[in-house]
Design a protein around this ligand. Structure first.
Ligand code: FAD
Length: 317
């Protein structure tokens, strides 16, 4: 049997690096790995996908109902392809989390989410309790549905492959009484690196006090080519939108450098960034828990420290 990986794209035609990591995970399970590419039009994406290293076949599904990765359509398509695969994988991002549970419902199997390690073909490691513990789970299902945490697997190379293309289509038109329909898409525009792929992230918490004060972080982010993140309290306070949120119910990140500014370091926040290579915390409370999770800590008021940090960086860059 083989493994099937659902590809996930950023806006435009950039394949998310979590897709590349998911292929790595699939290759640990099976030698023969196919990828599923869905969309309204595929052209450029298809040209890229056939070169993915280690991929045997690109299943290409072109249909208007795939324009926005609508979960019902994609899950239905995947269910129709499932008989050829023992393993079906997707990145543990919003798309994977939306589609895999539906697919599991259609196939009547138990999905295993947020896999961080593959022990053998039926045994997997995944975090539980906001990442405080790691559970090793053994699946007895004949078909295994896994969502993969990108940061836990090294991405495969995007060159070197020579996959064949197989066109696939939805087995039958979807019923008209679908429970959800696509209405519109509102995108936040940013020239900064994508949060989940950024090498440097500077995140602000409730202590930023306002949305305007996030410009202090933006100035530093511009100097470091960093992405901006936020704690849930900062998001809930309306300082930034929720696509900035890092943590258990936000994005999982593992940059080279994570700068945590005026956030306390709650367990649920740490769950999203504790795999960062170097953590620097700035907080006025010397007892803030974030310092225990940091390599470097600066105790002080951000309104004094951030402008000094910006000046220091300007002089060095
Ligand atoms: P606070 O805890 O209020 O910390 C603010 C910090 O700023 C304090 O340490 C303070 O000393 C410091 N500060 C204030 N002013 C200054 C200043 N001028 N200079 C320097 N320092 C200053 N949280 C997440 O972040 N991500 C998640 O995904 C997430 N998921 C959750 C899921 C569940 C089910 C639950 C229950 C909670 C979740 N939370 C999550 C919320 C989490 O528990 C915390 O409430 C939240 O992370 C706190 O955000 P904060 O650190 O910004 O705020």
């Amino acid at each position: 049997m083989a493994a099937l990986v659902l590809l996930s794209y950023e806006q435009g035609n950039t394949l998310r690096s979590t897709s590349l990591s998911t292929i790595t995970a699939a290759l640990q399970l099976e030698k023969e790995v196919d990828v599923l590419l869905v969309g309204e039009t595929l052209n450029e994406r298809l040209d890229q996908a056939i070169h993915l290293n280690g991929v045997r076949r690109v299943l290409a599904a072109k249909d208007p109902s795939f324009a926005h990765m609508q979960a019902e359509s994609v899950a239905n398509l995947m269910a129709s392809l499932a008989s050829d695969y023992e393993f079906i994988l997707a990145p543990a991002n919003a798309e994977g989390k939306n589609i895999l549970p539906r697919l599991a419902g259609l196939l009547d199997v138990q999905p295993i989410s947020e896999v961080t390690k593959i022990i053998d073909k039926s045994t997997f490691v995944r975090p539980i309790y906001a990442g405080s513990l790691l559970a090793t789970v053994c699946s007895k299902d004949k078909k295994k549905l896994l969502s993969i945490r990108g940061i836990a697997f090294t991405p495969i190379k995007t060159i070197g492959g020579n996959a064949e293309i197989k066109e696939v289509t939805l087995p039958s038109p979807l019923p008209e009484n679908q429970k959800s329909i696509f209405l519109n898409l509102k995108l936040s525009q940013s020239n900064r690196p994508e949060l989940e792929a950024a090498k440097i992230i500077i995140s602000g918490g409730r202590g930023m006090q306002s949305s305007d004060n996030f410009t202090l972080l933006e100035k530093i982010a511009d100097l470091l080519n960093a992405a901006i993140g936020a704690s849930r309290a900062a998001v809930d306070s309306g300082f930034v939108s929720n696509d900035f949120q890092v943590g258990q119910t936000g994005k999982i990140v593992a940059p080279e450098l994570y700068i945590a500014v005026a956030l306390s370091g709650a367990t649920q926040h740490l769950a999203g960034m504790k795999d960062s290579k170097i953590v620097v915390a700035i907080n006025k409370d010397p007892d803030a828990p974030i310092f225990k999770a940091s390599d470097y800590g600066i105790v002080g008021d951000i309104f004094e420290i951030l402008p000094r940090l910006e000046e220091g960086l300007k002089n060095r860059i």
